[in-house]
Design a protein around this ligand. Structure first.
Ligand SMILES: O=C(O)[C@H](O)COP(=O)(O)O
Ligand SMILES: [Mn+2]
Ligand SMILES: [Mn+2]
Length: 558
């Protein structure tokens, strides 16, 4: 709930903990805790820095929950992800997240009564309704069952012509599962056609190669999608989407399928986006939809040549950026993540430095601050983005920019210009998603090296560190049965897990600046990521607001 009335930003002083310590807050992306076997890349890799922190258990090292309801997701079967993880870390409270809000709006039918749906339905009589988004049941960016309900609901409410522009997954779900999802969707569209709705798949491509870039890392990705979805142009043309995906999979995996369009018997694209049409981007998660939303919405736009800028009615499943009000129209209101710890802390004099490389930059800024772009007080904050490599899969360069992030953090710590130095180290996650086990081992070592640099700098300035992660990934690289044994596919090949996991993640505290007597409490056994914010506020010398999830620490002795 958004707070009513003006917010009082003043935080109470912590009765026992001093202010003015330099605190490094390190988020290892995709770094969970799991049993040590050969598919646990964190275990296989040399990770002396993280291992040394673990020696501090249980007083200085513990595990917290990073998936399911602990981060505002609908069920305990939902793995964690960066958006919900960083939201919880930064906001200190658990908000019902996009996945859940869309579920509720669909179940109650409220989605159809809202302004957003009314707006797009004005196109139903004469135009086409286009649905663009990730086709899987991963539940990280979108969910198939939500798309199915929306298709049905739109058909029942007058949409006469529907075109779906699919993005295949293989990242939040198993590689190869795209074929099944397309078959399921085709079945639904056939049912709609029987009811008189002209409904078809119009285009497609793999999510990482087509459309779903983030933080403006590579606009070519969005352009490829634009050409297929809007212009109806792509290097590959097929008359059936199932055939398209099966054929293109011969040379690429689901994440990286090249763009294709579906054509009719005259080789004409069946569903370009035209003046008078309606468009809905069906993903609820923000980061990988913002770029497309800009291309669809902004009159002035120079990131690539759109060739044609159709006059459409566009709505997002959610509003993806509250600050930019992007998109202007949306079907479901996003969670109102207000009064984040970052905003409180700058109001209480904490000078903040945040850094990652491009692919995770928004995680420690935008997601951390409750899906809000930009700083709160530019004179108190510095956000540094290190450009990520472009156009490669990260198993090729598994060290990514870990070293550079470590160096920037070290320099910021040693400069003594900041009270909080916050970084995201992406390797375990980004390389874990490629499913390349060997490369992920290298990635984990690189992440550990970066942690070491930061711990050393904290040592030098007498500071404090808080090292944690946003969800699991690299600690388990295979799909398993209920008893935890690796599963094989019908050809006897190991089923590689490219996705996140439901494992807990570590939180470690320490450093020469940590007051004697500070230790983890043992009365928050179910603590989750949202408990970290109050913990960090305490270490800065403040008591967290009363509605924050409880702190993980206590101070014993005098
Ligand atoms: O967007 C992605 O890369 C994956 O779907 C989820 O990964 P992230 O939540 O770690 O960003
Ligand atoms: Mn993540
Ligand atoms: Mn990830």
């Amino acid at each position: 709930m958004a707070s009513s009335g003006p917010v009082s930003w003043k935080l109470d002083d912590h009765p026992k903990l001093p202010k003015g310590k330099t605190i490094a807050v390190v988020v290892l992306d995709g770094w969970g805790e799991y049993k040590p076997d050969q598919y646990n890349c964190i275990h296989v890799a040399q990770t002396p820095a993280m291992d040394s922190l673990k020696q501090g258990a249980p007083e200085k090292w513990r595990l917290v929950r990073a998936h399911g309801t602990a981060v505002g997701l609908p069920t305990e079967d939902d793995m964690g992800n960066s958006e919900v993880g960083h939201n919880a870390l930064g906001a200190g409270r658990i908000f019902a997240q996009g996945a859940k809000l869309v579920d509720l709006a669909l179940a109650s039918g409220k989605i159809y009564d809202g302004e957003g749906f009314k707006y797009i339905s004005e196109s139903f009589e004469k135009g086409t309704l286009h649905l663009i988004g990730l086709l899987s049941d991963g539940g990280v960016h979108s969910r198939l069952d939500q798309l199915q309900l929306l298709l049905k609901g739109a058909g029942e409410r007058g949409a006469k012509r529907i075109r779906v522009h699919i993005l295949t997954d293989g990242r939040d779900v198993l590689d190869g599962s795209s074929v099944g999802f397309v078959e399921t969707l085709e079945n639904d569209l056939a049912n709609l056609r029987q009811k008189g709705v002209d409904a078809r798949i119009a285009s497609g491509g793999g999510r990482m190669y087509v459309t779903m870039d983030r933080y403006e890392n590579d606009w070519n990705v969005v352009k490829r999608g634009w050409d297929a979805q809007v212009l109806g142009e792509a290097p590959h043309k097929f008359t059936s989407a199932v055939e398209a995906v099966k054929k293109l999979r011969e040379n690429a995996n689901d994440q990286y399928l090249p763009p294709f369009v579906i054509v009719d018997e005259n080789n004409k694209a069946v569903g370009p986006i035209l003046d008078g049409d309606a468009v809905v981007t069906i993903n609820f998660r923000a980061d990988r939809m913002v770029m497309l939303a800009k291309a669809l919405e902004y009159q002035d736009f120079n990131k690539f040549d759109r060739v044609r800028f159709p006059k459409i009615r566009y709505a997002g499943m959610l509003q993806y950026d509250g600050e930019l009000m992007l998109p202007n129209r949306y079907l479901v209101s996003p969670p109102e993540i207000d009064r984040t710890s970052g905003e409180y802390l700058v109001h209480n004099g904490v000078r903040t430095f945040a850094c990652s490389e491009t692919v995770k930059f928004g995680h420690v800024t935008f997601f951390w601050n409750g899906n809000r772009s930009g700083c709160f007080k530019p004179d108190m904050e510095e956000y540094v983005e290190i450009p990520s490599d472009v156009g490669i899969t990260f198993n090729v360069k598994p060290k990514m920019k870990a070293l550079e992030i470590g160096e920037k953090a070290r320099d910021a710590i040693l400069s003594r210009k900041f009270d909080q130095i916050r970084v995201n180290i992406p390797n375990g996650d980004m390389v874990g998603h490629t499913g390349d086990i060997e490369a992920t081992v290298v990635a984990c070592k690189a992440a550990d090296d970066a942690v070491k640099m930061i711990l050393d700098a904290i040592e030098q300035v007498g500071g404090i560190y808080v090292v944690t992660a946003d969800h699991g990934n690299a600690e388990d690289m295979v799909k398993r049965n209920k008893s935890g044994e690796p599963l094989k596919d019908k050809d006897g090949n190991l089923q590689i897990l490219t996705s996140h996991t439901c494992q807990p993640v570590p939180v470690a505290i320490g450093g020469p600046g940590l007051a004697p007597g500070v230790r983890f409490r043992n009365d928050v056994p179910n603590g989750g990521l949202a408990n970290v914010a109050a913990t960090v506020m305490n270490l800065h010398g403040f008591v967290a607001p009363g509605d924050y999830e409880p702190t993980l620490i206590e101070v014993v002795g005098n």
